[in-house]
Design a protein around this ligand. Structure first.
Ligand SMILES: C[S@@+](CC[C@H](N)C(=O)[O-])C[C@H]1O[C@@H](n2cnc3c(N)ncnc32)[C@H](O)[C@@H]1O
Ligand SMILES: Nc1nc2[nH]cc(C(=O)O)c2c(=O)[nH]1
Ligand code: SF4
Ligand SMILES: [Mg+2]
Length: 207
């Protein structure tokens, strides 16, 4: 049923890798090499990469190979995403990327223990599987997806759990964009500690 993924992080289920522009959050607009690892059990019903959930569909790939691939691109930044990348031990991969002079950014729900050496942590917590304290405290950015009105109160509660320097973002759930975006705009105007984040890559038609 499942891959035997070694706990030392030397082999990881790789769904896809692509060189693109970070579309969301604090680093929006910056070129980066995306590494998407398979496997997630958080179960967001609106997830835009459900194909990532079953780790066994994605080939086990050596972290060394992933690092070699990342080195080929001009931007010395990778974004490790998924699936839920923190299911895996990311110490070996991120150490190797750092040794190659590459900055390491992660997109995570925070539902698994923090591993890896990070230059930036984007935490997007979910109602379906609570974020852990270690990730809440280490996050550089809190990015809450707004699917309905109740998510504003939930976002406010989570803003109290992150460190005081953490950047705060509200991002409309893609299928609810036209309903939620006007509410996000009002919320940000009334509560300027928040910023709006849009999935700009979807408008640009890039990966
Ligand atoms: C696909 S997730 C993978 C990383 C990790 N599992 C997580 O959820 O943070 C990457 C980012 O896309 C966001 N996202 C996923 N589906 C979305 C949707 N339908 N609308 C807006 N954002 C979405 C997630 O909240 C997360 O910030
Ligand atoms: N361009 C682009 N930016 C992104 N930022 C976070 C993404 C993700 O799926 O984790 C993503 C993605 O899939 N594409
Ligand atoms: S945690 Fe991330 S990958 Fe997993 S279902 Fe939610 S949005 Fe999708
Ligand atoms: Mg995406």
């Amino acid at each position: 049923m499942s891959h035997q993924v070694p706990e030392d992080g030397t082999l990881l289920p790789l769904m896809e890798e692509f060189y693109t522009i970070q579309g969301e959050g604090f680093h929006t607009g910056k070129a980066a090499y995306f590494i998407r690892l398979g496997g997630c059990d958080v179960g967001c019903h609106w997830c835009d990469v459900k194909e990532s959930w079953d780790a066994t569909l994605h080939p086990l790939t050596t972290a060394d190979q992933i690092i070699e691939n990342a080195k080929k691109y001009p931007a010395k930044t990778v974004v490790i995403t998924g699936g839920e990348p923190l299911i895996y031990n990311l110490d070996y991969l991120t150490k190797g990327l750092h040794e190659a002079g590459i900055q390491t950014f992660i997109e995570t729900s925070g539902a698994y223990p923090l591993s890896g050496e990070w230059d930036w942590i984007c935490l997007s917590p979910k109602k379906f599987k609570a974020p852990r304290k270690d990730v809440l405290e280490a996050a550089g950015e809190l990015k809450v997806i707004v699917f309905n009105k109740s998510d504003f109160e939930w976002a406010e509660e989570h803003s109290k759990l992150v460190n005081s320097n953490c950047k705060l973002y509200l991002q409309p759930e893609w299928s609810k964009y036209s309903e939620m975006t006007p509410l996000i705009i009002d919320h940000v105007k009334d509560n300027p500690k928040w910023n709006i984040s849009l999935q700009t890559h979807k408008y640009l038609n890039i990966p």
